[in-house]
Ligand binder design. Structure first.
Ligand code: TMP
Length: 211
């Protein structure tokens, strides 16, 4: 095991950011780098990551469910998260694995809070129940402007991606506000750059925080 591997064992890292930020690509590259270094990595995604969570994901992203209230939406994301934490995240952390999550509470604060209009205190309270103390060690926010993001999206948009420009502007601001409020728990990465450059920025951020 190299230096990175021992520093990351038993840690919980989240990749988050606006739709089209390239977080899934960067997450894949990061996990590859960790595994090469000898770290056992557990990958989870939200909403989903468990059988119950994947069923909730279908409901959340279904374009037929346009009438879903914002409260219902927030609670469904949290319900999926509660199952994921207990069933997958906690056991992996206990085994000393590195847990890498594609989105977490940061996404609910940005999408249902900053953009959707729910008070962040409500989200925080429900999140306390859903995560029961298992907060990430670091949340990486892959930041991207709306023009670059739109160019990266699949033309078959899901219910969340269809919400429009103004909504997605507020989502981005919602992520950046979290970084400003809790710099010790978050790190922002400029994701408009080339994939290789972003990958290095992620690695440097991890070294700076954990090594
Ligand atoms: P994905 O595109 O990263 O798979 O995420 C699915 C969509 O769900 C994406 O548009 C962001 C949205 N989302 C929320 O609105 N709130 C949340 O809490 C999470 C985890 C995702």
């Amino acid at each position: 095991m190299n230096e990175i591997a021992s520093a990351l064992a038993g840690k919980f890292i989240v990749f988050d950011g606006p739709d089209g930020s390239g977080k899934s690509t960067q997450m894949r590259r990061f996990m590859h780098w960790c595994r090469e270094g000898g770290v056992v990595v557990k990958e989870v995604r939200e909403p989903g990551g468990t059988s119950i969570g994947e069923q909730i994901r279908q409901v959340l992203l279904d374009t037929d469910n346009e009438c879903m209230t914002i409260q219902c939406e927030m609670l469904l994301y949290m319900a999926s998260r509660a199952q994921l934490v207990e069933q997958e995240i906690v056991p992996s952390l206990k085994r000393g694995e590195l847990v890498v999550a594609d989105r977490f509470v940061s996404a609910t604060l940005a999408y249902q809070g900053a953009a959707g209009g729910l008070p962040k205190e409500w989200i925080q309270q429900v999140a306390e129940v859903a995560v029961s103390g298992n907060w990430p060690d670091l949340t990486l926010i892959l930041d991207v402007d709306d023009v670059t993001a739109a160019g990266r999206l699949n033309p078959l948009l899901d219910r969340m991606e269809l919400k429009g420009k103004n909504f997605h502007f507020k989502v981005r601001e919602g992520f950046l506000d979290q970084v400003r409020a809790m710099p010790e728990r978050y790190c922002v990465i400029d994701s408009t750059q080339r994939e290789d450059t972003v990958e290095l920025a992620v690695q440097n951020a991890i070294r700076e925080r954990f090594c």
